[in-house]
Write a new protein. Structure first.
Length: 468
């Protein structure tokens, strides 16, 4: 776009120190500019070459720009659970801590949690996330979308009361028919709304509490509505062993036998794989999700047992996620570092998982796991203007020699300065623009007080030092 071009832009980001496009050529442009009109990127290039007028001009001098990140798996209803699920193995984490917590939530609690989750995601550069679902999806949508983020919503589905791991709370138990009917209601309401920031997926939360009938029914619904089928699988020895004990086969094998694994499936964790399951995934090529902090926090062993670098080498799409606030951080920038360094450590190989791979997982790979792959995940003309700008006047960004290395190995999401979703500035100077964050922080303790009345908190909170 030349200075002589009479077109006026809605937004012009100029003087960007380093623009990491993650486009097909993986270009990094110095002293760059991005022009936006009607929510879409219409041109990128050198600032000196793009001096056309714009309604809004943002000087990004010295900043690093990236595409908006995709968090491919985030339980927005778990955002009020920090401190409730520490030092717990898979069985205790689910059946003693998180399922009782989830069963205690009402819609107002979920709305606050989802708004809190979305605000933290945006402030750390995430412009789109995939929610695996809960029992108040309308509240999740209301809370999250109030911030301006993109969201794929789901309704959680279980239909087996008991597994080898434990028994579900009574409020979470449904028949197969009820689970399918309620999943279809959410898909019908949200999968084709016309809102470019909202869609829906089918979801069963795990194989050990899902019947074959539920899984096949959800796969049929996903096909009917043209969306994804997502689930957790193979995230610990406990879930792997439970599947073998109950079904006589491991989790991915069971999905293959049911005929549901394909490119329209999203499988979260995928750490505990048997050799034949690696072959199945390489052939069927679902999208997989790496959730580093979740495994490290709970000692699931997904780095020790996982084969995600090898699966990526075999052409399988692997995205990145923070999973939930109960593992502490919800910061996709830190997740990139954990993914890279975790696999380097267990492989004793510094060449495994370079920082560029982690950035691809958080951008273009994440976009491929959504219905919006042609609109998000990279900065190039024709795509939606989902853009993150990092403030590099901070010690972790200096000296700035290789911006991808700085981003992945030393930065955190706290250095995000501005965030745009479809050209709208939803974070300015590190604060969300659509919501009153001070009011949100007043609502959080009130929500915790509410659900605490319905939850035996003393049985969950593990304070090892005296509070006086």
């Amino acid at each position: 776009m030349s200075a002589a071009d009479p077109q006026q832009f809605d937004l012009l980001l100029r003087n960007i120190g380093w623009l990491i496009t993650v486009d097909a050529q993986r270009r990094i442009i110095r002293d760059a500019a991005i022009a936006v009109k009607n929510g879409r990127i219409v041109a990128i290039g050198k600032s000196a070459e793009m001096s056309a007028s714009a309604m809004d001009i943002v000087d990004c001098r010295g900043m690093v720009a990236t595409p908006g990140f995709v968090d491919a798996h985030l339980h927005s209803s778990f955002h009020l659970s920090r401190g409730l699920a520490d030092e717990a193995n898979a069985q205790s984490f689910l059946f003693d801590r998180m399922y009782p917590y989830e069963a205690a939530l009402e819609s107002d609690d979920v709305r606050v949690s989802a708004q809190f989750a979305a605000s933290e995601l945006l402030r750390h550069g995430v412009t789109c996330f995939i929610d695996p679902g809960n029992y108040h999806p309308d509240a999740s949508v209301d809370g999250a979308l109030s911030t301006g983020i993109r969201m794929l919503v789901s309704r959680s589905s279980f239909d087996l009361t008991k597994s080898v791991l434990g028994i579900l709370p009574s409020r979470m138990i449904e028949t197969t028919d009820v689970a399918l009917a309620r999943a279809e209601e959410v898909l019908d309401r949200y999968s084709n709304t016309g809102n470019p920031r909202l869609s829906a997926t089918a979801s069963f939360r795990g194989l050990n509490n899902a019947s074959d009938e539920l899984i096949l029914g959800l796969k049929e619904l996903a096909g009917k509505f043209g969306t994804l089928l997502q689930t957790h699988a193979c995230f610990s020895y406990s879930t792997h062993d439970s599947s073998v004990s109950r079904c006589g086969m491991a989790e991915i094998e069971r999905l293959e036998q049911l005929g549901v694994i394909d490119a329209h499936m999203l499988i979260v964790h995928s750490g505990w794989l048997e050799p034949q399951e690696v072959a199945i995934l390489a052939q069927r090529k679902p999208s997989l999700v790496c959730a580093p902090s979740s495994s490290l926090h709970n000692g699931y062993g997904n780095f020790v047992m996982g084969k995600l670098p090898e699966l990526m080498a075999l052409g399988v799409n692997v995205a990145l996620a923070s999973d939930h606030a109960s593992s502490g951080i919800v910061d996709i920038v830190q997740e990139m570092r954990l993914a890279c360094c975790g696999y380097k450590e267990v492989r004793a190989n510094p060449r495994v998982m370079p920082p560029e791979t982690a950035l691809e997982m958080a951008t273009v790979n994440g976009a491929k796991a959504t219905p919006w792959a042609n609109r998000i995940g990279s900065i190039e003309a024709g795509k939606d203007a989902d853009i993150v700008l990092f403030d590099t006047d901070r010690p972790e960004w200096q000296p700035l020699i290789n911006p991808v290395a700085n981003l992945v190995y030393s930065a955190t999401g706290d250095s995000v300065r501005h965030v745009f979703v479809a050209g709208e500035q939803v974070v300015k100077d590190g604060r969300c623009t659509r919501i009153d964050e001070n009011d949100l922080y007043k609502q959080i303790p009130r929500a915790v007080d509410r659900f605490s009345q319905r939850l035996r908190m003393d049985d969950i909170v593990q304070l090892r030092w005296p509070v006086v």
